[in-house]
Design a protein around this ligand. Structure first.
Ligand code: NAD
Ligand code: G6P
Ligand code: MN
Length: 448
């Protein structure tokens, strides 16, 4: 047991992921001991549902940890070591519009990719930057571990708007896939393999997967499987993932088999399906029932029903909430900073030469050694033309979106949408943009 005990605030306390993260934090008290957990949200009613249950969970399992939930920034961000941020500006109501508006024009609708991701980015930037400012005002030595989406656009925005802030942007998709790769390769856990990876957030490739102990090259075996089945597993065990099990996620994992053979030397992130199988994705979509509807009927309903049950019973002894195994990266990252572990983690950081033949100012997702001064990116070297071409297009979409937010520029946002590989023409981009502006008028800066 370490001596120092930490104080954390979960920003977006009302998130559907909060109970799993609380369970995970409680399960790791031996290596990341806490003295305080606070919740912060700007929607008191939504947060209260989750907080009432989590208060009981914490009281029963770790009564030494102080708990409070608040909508007051000063109360939330004072005396904090780590901000764990997972906010969704506009909530599911706006996510639903991000998904459905592009589909009206035959373009895919997704939380973080294509026009939906751009629209969500335009909402998220302000919310995330506000939280960075609260942290710096009330706990200037704290670190923010951000997984609020769309992480690529948020990361580019904070690079520009808060260049000296202690903010680390991270994603759990590669960790989920690495769990699946370990299982495909017959290993017990994702900690039994080591990997190399490069790309942008939700836009990357593994270049090497090896057995951690023996150095055996596991790529051939995993590639054979993925070309036949994608990352779909017949059954899931250990840390291969319990989060992504809905029918639409199974379709996503399966679809990888269609585009993985584009490059036999790498294995792709699932999110590349939105840029390489746009037509199939649109064909599979139902404009009346998108991923948001599935989440509202599934994850949100299950989590909130269980929260209300715990609050009514006054006990969480029998709870169905389980430790969010994916979210262990949050503790890995926090302990890397707190104890200077130099853990090797995939983070979204400024390229600055790590990928030799790519824009040094791009926010790229690459392995970093993390210590008390933050991340030290590892050298990636030169990347192949195919990936370089795709990444240059996509990083330009992300940069133009941030330009549009900062400059309030209609033109830059129209360019961003037109450049997205998911959009067929400038005309369609404009039609989608005009609808998105109308839908987002309470959230976006007014564009000129
Ligand atoms: P959710 O809507 O259930 O929760 C988000 C919460 O944020 C809500 O309670 C909402 O009231 C609150 N919120 C919105 N704007 C806010 C603001 N400006 N300040 C404070 N609170 C605010 O959403 P969810 O599905 O649980 O997802 C939460 C977030 O986590 C999303 O951004 C999602 O994309 C992200 N996420 C990211 C990863 C990753 O890989 N990076 C993994 C899982 C989830
Ligand atoms: C993956 C991604 C996240 C995304 C999450 C939930 O883990 O990495 O960025 O937010 O899936 O997506 P869902 O559609 O289930 O809300
Ligand atoms: Mn992600």
């Amino acid at each position: 047991m370490q001596d120092k005990k930490f104080s954390v605030v979960i920003a977006g306390g009302g998130s559907t992921f909060t109970p799993g993260i609380v369970m995970m934090l409680l399960a790791h008290q031996d290596r990341f001991p806490l003295r305080q957990i606070k919740f912060y949200d700007n929607d008191p009613d939504r947060q209260k549902i989750v907080a009432d249950a989590c208060e009981i969970i914490i009281r029963e399992r770790a009564p030494q940890i102080k708990f409070l939930a608040t909508t007051d920034p000063e109360t939330a961000f004072t005396d904090i070591d780590f901000v764990l941020a997972h906010i969704r500006v506009g909530k599911y109501e706006m996510r639903s519009k991000d998904e459905k508006i592009p589909l009206k024009y035959g373009v895919l609708g997704q939380e973080t990719c294509g026009p939906g991701g751009i629209a969500y980015g335009m909402r998220s930037i302000g919310g995330v930057v506000e939280i960075v400012h609260y942290m710096e005002k009330y706990s200037p030595n704290a670190w923010m571990l951000n997984y609020s989406n769309p992480a690529a656009i948020v990361a580019e925005a904070t690079r520009r708007l808060c260049p000296n802030s202690r903010i680390l942007n991270i994603c759990d998709m590669p960790i989920d896939i690495e769990g699946k790769m370990a299982q495909i390769a017959g290993r017990e856990s994702l900690h039994d393999i080591e990997w190399k990876y490069f790309g942008l957030n939700h836009f990357g490739w593994w270049t090497s997967i090896k057995d951690k102990k023996t150095g055996e090259d596991l790529m051939p075996k995993i590639r054979d499987y993925v070309w036949k089945h994608g990352y779909n597993l017949k059954y899931i065990k250990g840390d291969a993932g319990v989060q992504h099990v809905d029918p639409s996620w199974q379709v996503t994992f399966e679809m990888v088999k269609g585009f993985a053979p584009l490059d036999p030397n790498t294995l792709p992130n699932t999110y590349l399906k939105y840029y390489l199988c746009q037509d199939d994705v649109v064909a599979h979509s139902d404009i009346k029932h998108t991923r948001t509807d599935e989440v509202i009927e599934g994850r949100e309903k299950e989590v909130f029903t269980e929260c209300r049950r715990i609050a009514a019973a006054g006990t969480a002894k029998e709870t169905s909430f389980v430790v969010d195994a994916h979210a262990v990266y949050i503790v890995d990252l926090a302990t890397a900073i707190a104890y200077n572990t130099k853990a090797n983690m995939l983070l979204i950081v400024p390229n600055e030469g790590a990928i030799e033949n790519f824009d040094p100012t791009a926010m790229v997702e690459i392995p970093c050694l993390v210590g008390s001064d933050g991340p030290e990116p590892l050298v990636v070297g030169k990347i192949p033309q195919f990936q370089k071409g795709m990444m240059e297009q996509q990083v330009s979409v992300e940069k133009l979106t941030v330009d549009a937010w900062i400059e309030h520029s209609y033109l830059k946002l129209w360019q961003a949408l037109t450049l997205s590989k998911t959009v067929p023409s400038a005309k369609v981009a404009k039609l989608i943009l005009d609808d998105l502006i109308e839908a987002n008028k309470d959230f976006w800066p007014e564009l000129k």
